[in-house]
Design a protein around this ligand. Structure first.
Ligand SMILES: C[S@@+](CC[C@H](N)C(=O)[O-])C[C@H]1O[C@@H](n2cnc3c(N)ncnc32)[C@H](O)[C@@H]1O
Length: 243
């Protein structure tokens, strides 16, 4: 309990200012991947548009994008977890960010709805890694042994929810089957561009589980590298669109 409270960042600082967000129990605490994804999206978007924050957690991504003025009209946000949706509404309210936030799996809450930008951040690490990580305490992550199943479903369904010049942003975390996700992106979009790459050391809570990670790596489910006595993993951020 004490450890968890220590892990909850009460403040997230981004280049453009400062956000203070509530993160209740059962709601994902934003990580370095959140920040890398946000920075890549911020750099890429040149024109405000209708935005969906998919897998919104505490609402950090959508609210941060609203803060920098790239959300046109309402912010749309959804998450499988009802706690996350309630948390997103509360945080959005604090920042005067008008939001339509719904709970449901992937695109289920958005039947026939289309967007200019979809920022996907649904759980994308191997279920086994989620179990031994400090990140998914009470947070849904039914992503399969190779971590790719939710992200691949998002990629396959996203096209039907994008306006003609719309694009999908998504992170690929190396605690998943990177190639499987990339193949799905190339099969569904004519253009797939890498926007950011960041390597991370293993969180200390996972040091005791290196044998599990090595096994998953050897079986081709995840990608880790071992250098200078450290286990490294990475986040890549992609944008995909059709011309
Ligand atoms: C890695 S967290 C990201 C949260 C937030 N974007 C952030 O950066 O803090 C993944 C989110 O996906 C949600 N999620 C898991 N499975 C989902 C599903 N099938 N449909 C929608 N959201 C899902 C989780 O509840 C969680 O909030």
């Amino acid at each position: 309990m004490e450890l968890k409270e220590k892990n909850i960042p009460k403040q997230l600082r981004y280049q453009f200012g400062e956000l203070v967000l509530d993160v209740q129990d059962g709601v994902f605490t934003p990580t370095g991947t959140t920040e890398v994804l946000f920075k890549a999206v911020q750099k890429y978007i040149k024109k405000p548009g209708k935005i969906l924050d998919l897998g919104c957690g505490c609402g950090v991504m959508g609210i941060a994008l609203h803060q920098i003025g790239v959300v046109r009209g309402l912010l749309y946000a959804s998450d499988l977890s009802e706690e996350s949706v309630a948390c997103t509404k509360k945080n959005a309210d604090r920042y005067n960010c008008p939001v339509v936030a719904k709970s449901g799996a992937l695109f289920d809450p958005w039947v026939e709805e289309k967007f200019d930008y979809i920022v996907d951040d649904v759980s994308g690490v191997s279920e086994e890694v989620a179990r031994i990580s400090p990140w998914f305490d009470g947070v849904p992550c039914e992503s399969g042994r190779d971590g790719s199943s939710l992200v691949v479903q998002v990629i396959k369904k996203a096209r039907a929810h994008l306006n003609s010049s719309g694009c999908l942003f998504f992170p690929i975390i190396s605690f998943s089957n990177v190639n499987n996700i990339l193949n799905a992106a190339h099969e569904n979009f004519s253009n797939v561009e890498l926007l950011a790459h960041e390597e991370w050391p293993l969180p200390k809570e996972m040091n005791q589980h290196v044998a599990i990670l090595r096994k998953l790596h050897e079986e081709g489910y995840i990608q880790i590298t071992e250098k200078f006595g450290m286990v490294l993993w990475f986040t890549d951020v992609y944008v995909a669109y059709n011309l």
